[in-house]
Ligand binder design. Structure first.
Ligand code: PRX
Length: 655
């Protein structure tokens, strides 16, 4: 059956930045044939330079440098350059809190706050190259903190507010950070998130952090440690408003963002300044088709890469008005998002498939109560969007008028890589469609050979791109090993995909031990390491199970140490333990305490079998290397599977 094709309407295309398929093809071709000229021209036109670059790309695989010799500053590009024209009093950030509080910061407001905070940081002795952790709720001050660091060349690392003190500590340690910016507390679903208390617990074991700056957000009761902790408002009071942006090398690290990998240790993804900014800036035009008067809303949290690229750096670099909402989508009622869209006349709306699926479940009456007529364009990110959810989004939210941009990218890629240009490329529900100009993906087998159209293979990127991460913080070797050695000469994304006869990409999901829960990457190894740190646990294996709402859900199998009795109380304690070790969002859906885990003869846990067990609750794959079938029989939820497994075993032995 041919895929359904949704073409942009002539009205949309006419006003779009890229307005026809032919225009897209020309851009793509130009970037393919002359990549350095293509990116070099854009960088000169679109960014402000204190000093022009003299070379576009230095590619010593797998290490790239872009715009060599150039000097620029991300905060300058996001703020200062908008102050000389009509944008100076334009809203940069519109914020709404869960309790309906509202704030609007114009570009001038934001500029003043960022400059003042940068002066505060200077006064405390911080300078270019220092490393700051930002552990804040979704408030404008989170963006102020990021931009103040960027202004001085202090490398920031935002830690999602849902992470626990343990996870925070690991990140502070790895980054060797000497500054933390936080708030007394955040809020979600009416509950306070004790950020400062979590920070205190983390800092008890992080002596390298000299200062913390605490923004008073909720008025929560907290303890301030003399000499180390400072109130944000105290330091900001009277701080000078003039703080020139540092002219930083194009390759100066802008931030490190930790993401889950296939080992227990999170990876510090390093992004640098000029290339990252250029590509986030360009994708605001190419993908979001941004207009000067738009109200643009990305619902991600600032703690994930989507928040970095598409709440802060991309939109502000474009001089956009970006909406920021602190709180849950269904609070106090399931129509909160639609209320926000109606209230602020949102034009471009960017959210996740998990959110969309949960809205479907809540019922059409909630969006139907509101006037969504301001919407022009809808976006999706974080996980594959199933065609049914895509169609609901198109019909019920977009009223069959708004194109949907399904954007494929990763923390590592920094910016959107595969996505329709909405005025140019017809969409197919479930496909991220075509690569953006300058991006050269492929679908290959393990030897790096392209697989035929329609067949599943590994998604790789063949050429360097400006916003690509440069390495893993302090670990070039892990960078090389993880991304550049699995398949020769290309960047290995960790995703499976297929490309159809029209060249459209269909991203199918991860092929490594990373699972995607509600669009958040979770490493099964990280969860397993956390499990075995608990005194009762001997061994653990974590796997993903398909989930209607979240895409995938986490299921953990564990064995107990000798003499520890299995009980529902222990299961609950272990769930809480994962919350303590990683964060509430990582708590498994299910923990199964079992007698033993299935292993190969060489002692490796066979996660593939466990995955099958939780998916279909039966075992069908090759089990010839399995040491002890009886283990699987016990694990299998129902005794009737026994026969099938034995049958399978017999078949394997015969062949
Ligand atoms: O598996 C892909 C999935 O999310 C992974 C990247 O996760 P993260 O680094 O946390 O970044 C999320 C936000 C960019 C990818 O390897 N993914 C992301 N977007 C899509 C997607 N899968 C399918 N379609 C997408 N549009």
């Amino acid at each position: 059956m041919a895929d359904e094709l949704y073409s942009p309407t002539p009205e949309f295309s006419q006003r779009a930045v890229v307005s026809s398929r032919a225009a897209y093809d020309r851009l793509y071709r130009a970037a393919l044939d002359h990549p350095e000229e293509f990116w070099g021209d854009l960088a000169r036109q679109e960014l402000h330079w204190f000093q022009p670059f003299n070379k576009v790309l230095d590619w010593q695989p797998p290490f790239a440098k872009w715009f060599l010799g150039g000097r620029t500053n991300a905060a300058y590009n996001c703020l200062d350059r908008h102050l000389s024209g009509a944008r100076k009093n334009k809203a940069a950030i519109i914020w709404e809190g869960e309790n309906f509080e509202q704030r609007v910061l114009t570009y001038q407001d934001l500029f003043r706050r960022v400059s003042k905070l940068a002066n505060v940081l200077k006064r405390l002795g911080y300078k270019t190259g220092d490393r700051a952790i930002i552990y804040m709720p979704m408030v404008p001050e989170a963006a102020v903190a990021m931009l103040a660091c960027a202004r001085l060349g202090i490398i920031h690392s935002v830690v999602f507010g849902g992470f626990s003190s343990e996870a925070l500590k690991t990140r502070i340690d790895d980054l060797n950070a000497n500054l933390v910016l936080t708030a007394d507390a955040g809020q979600r679903r009416g509950r306070e998130i004790p950020l400062k208390r979590n920070m205190d617990a983390a800092l008890a074991e992080c002596p390298g952090v000299r200062h913390s700056i605490v923004y008073r957000h909720k008025g929560a009761e907290i303890a301030m440690r003399e000499g180390r902790d400072h109130w944000w408002h105290d330091l900001m009071f009277g701080a000078p408003e003039d703080c020139p942006a540092e002219a930083l090398d194009s390759e100066h690290p802008l931030y490190v963002l930790y993401t889950s990998g296939t080992t227990g240790k999170p990876k510090g993804v390093v992004h640098t300044t000029a290339g990252y900014l250029l590509q986030t800036h360009m994708t605001m035009q190419w993908v979001f088709d941004l207009r000067e008067e738009d109200t643009y809303w990305c619902t991600a949290d600032i703690g994930w890469v989507t928040g970095h690229s598409y709440i802060v750096y991309g939109p502000l670099s474009m001089g956009a008005t970006t909406l920021m909402y602190e709180g849950a989508p269904d609070w106090p009622e399931p129509d909160r998002f639609w209320r926000l869209i109606e209230k602020y006349r949102v034009n471009v709306f960017y959210t996740s498939p998990t959110a969309i699926r949960s809205f479907i479940r809540l019922g059409d009456q909630w969006p139907n109560k509101h006037d969504l007529g301001s919407l022009r364009l809808l976006g999706s990110v974080g996980e594959p969007i199933n065609p049914a959810a895509w169609k609901w989004y198109h019909q019920v939210i977009g009223k069959d008028r708004c194109p949907i941009v399904d954007t494929w990218w990763q923390t590592e890629t920094g910016a959107i890589m595969i996505s329709p240009m909405p005025g140019a490329v017809a969409t197919k529900p479930g496909s991220a469609t075509l690569p953006l100009p300058g991006i050269v993906p492929d679908v290959v087998d393990l030897r790096g050979e392209p697989v035929p159209a329609g067949q599943q293979g590994y998604l790789v990127i063949r050429r360097p791109w400006p916003a690509m991460f440069r390495t893993l913080y302090g670990d070039d070797e892990r960078y090389r090993q993880t991304y550049w050695t699995k398949i020769p000469d290309v960047y290995f994304t960790g995703d499976a995909a297929r490309r159809d006869a029209d060249g459209y990409y269909w991203v199918l999901g991860r092929v490594d031990d990373v699972i995607n829960v509600s669009g958040h990457r979770l490493s099964t190894m990280e969860v397993e390491s956390a499990m075995v740190r608990h005194a009762a646990v001997a061994e653990a294996a974590a796997v993903g199970r398909p989930h209607d709402l979240k895409g995938q859900a986490l299921v953990v199998f564990a064995t107990c140490k000798g003499g520890v009795p299995k009980s529902p109380e222990l299961v609950e304690e272990l769930r809480q333990w994962i919350g303590h070790e990683i964060g509430g969002f990582a708590r498994p859906d299910e923990i199964r305490l079992v007698e033993a885990l299935p292993k190969t003869r060489s002692g490796k846990i066979m996660r593939r079998l466990l995955r099958e067990l939780v998916t279909a609750d039966k075992i069908s794959g090759d089990t010839t290397t399995l040491e002890d079938y009886s283990v699987l029989l016990k694990l299998s939820a129902e005794g009737k599977e026994e026969e099938e497994i034995l049958e399978q075993k017999a078949k394997n032995t015969r062949s």
